[in-house]
Design a binder for this molecule. Structure first.
Ligand code: ADP
Ligand code: MG
Length: 374
């Protein structure tokens, strides 16, 4: 990674979306260089590609054509994991609708991005509290988002964007849902952050908000139509030397954190969690029941089969097991039965005689087989 003051360079970038078989070009050849420490406002009519440009800068979306480099690296050569890591370390996002998790407190929402770093739980919470204090919310750290006003929620979301000490804050209409006074307070936070060296890029409809930025980029129909700078950005801070390093501890923390977050999400939606569990329990119970029923049926059938004749041996006269008995010649005698009874005292032995007969009842005759035993 080269040392550079030019954080982000877009060269002739195109972004096309396919929607309902139709291709929409949201960016049509955008070239742009963003330097460290800049405060940029992106303005333009609705649908002109402002959000798309912001998502592109934030590496949230692949580009369709052109080139983009981030800290001197061509983003297209990075794997999805590296891009995610780069986003997590270097970029903080602020959205118009805050996007806070409703079941977490302000502090927990702010600490969230640090879950995937090796910072431990205590350090994270301390840092989250400190950042909340810096945006004027020290008395609201344990409040849930629905207990906060819009302006307070937006401040929480700015605090969240700062949690991993991101160099760049991207904000899409951060004041769009706020009244003008609250909007100004939020802008003051951005200005303070910019003075402390953060690069701020925000999308806005509001010309008053835009005029507070040092550079205003005007978009129209997927193109930059005007790029005006009000201050020089020559007094930039030292170049970035941080590199994307793999953190071996990070993965383990990630698993623990994933469980912790999952548990909090379950705790936050107890009825939903209970119903899901009920579904799983019913499913497992049904499977166990059907296994039990089929096993029971299997046993019962086997028991009845055993009762029938599986332990009965029939001895017939003849020379081989295939040949049919020859009653005229070699009938088995009572002596044979006595001998077998003597030889096999444990077994029950009976002579068998079979014959056929016709049974008639009224008009119908039936041929029947008769078997006699002792
Ligand atoms: P702005 O933020 O300036 O209002 P956007 O960047 O959101 O504009 O959208 C630019 C154009 O791209 C619009 O015409 C929009 O309809 C289209 N667009 C944006 N996102 C998508 C998407 N996910 N799928 C299809 N079209 C999209
Ligand atoms: Mg938009």
């Amino acid at each position: 990674m080269s040392r550079t003051d030019e954080y982000i360079i877009l060269s002739d970038v195109y972004k096309r979306y396919e929607s309902g078989g139709e291709i929409v070009s949201a960016l049509k050849g955008v070239s742009l260089t963003i330097k460290k420490g800049e405060f940029i406002a992106i303005v333009g009519p609705s649908g002109s590609g402002k959000t798309t440009l912001m998502n592109t800068i934030g590496c949230l979306d692949d580009i369709s054509a052109g080139q983009m480099s981030f800290y001197g690296i061509d983003v297209s050569v990075l794997t999805a994991d590296s891009v995610a890591e780069l986003r997590n370390k270097y970029i903080g996002f602020v959205f118009q609708k805050y996007n806070l998790l409703p079941y977490l407190t302000a502090k927990e929402n702010v600490a969230l991005p640090a879950q995937y770093t090796s910072k431990n739980y205590k350090n994270r919470n301390e840092r989250a509290e400190k950042i909340l204090e810096s945006v004027g919310l020290s008395d609201r750290v344990d409040f849930n988002p629905n207990q906060l006003s819009g302006g307070q929620q937006q401040r929480v979301s700015i605090a969240r964007a700062l949690m991993n000490d991101a160099d760049i804050i991207l904000a899409d209409e951060p004041t769009g849902a706020l009244d003008s006074v609250t909007g100004c307070q939020v802008m003051d936070i951005f200005k303070t952050l910019n003075r402390k060296g953060k690069t701020i890029i925000l999308v806005t409809h509001d010309s008053n908000i835009a005029s507070q930025a040092d550079r205003i980029i005007h978009m129209n129909d997927g193109r930059i139509v005007k790029d005006e700078s009000s201050v020089s950005t020559s007094d930039l801070q030292a170049a970035c030397t941080r590199v994307l390093e793999k953190d071996p501890l990070g993965m383990m923390f990630g698993i623990v954190e994933a469980f912790r977050t999952a548990f909090r999400a379950l705790n936050g939606h107890r009825i939903r969690a209970f119903l899901s569990m009920l579904g799983v329990i019913i499913g497992v119970f049904a499977v166990l029941m059907s296994i039990a029923i089929s096993e029971g049926a299997h046993h019962r059938v086997m028991k009845e089969m055993n009762l029938l004749a599986t332990n009965t041996i029939e001895i017939r006269p003849g020379t081989s097991w295939k040949s049919m008995p020859d009653p005229g010649n070699k009938l088995l005698e009572k002596d044979d039965v006595d001998m077998l009874t003597e030889l096999l005292p444990e077994s029950k032995i009976s002579p068998v005689i079979t014959s056929t007969a016709t049974i008639n009842s009224g008009d119908s005759d039936i041929d029947a087989a008769l078997t006699g035993i002792s």
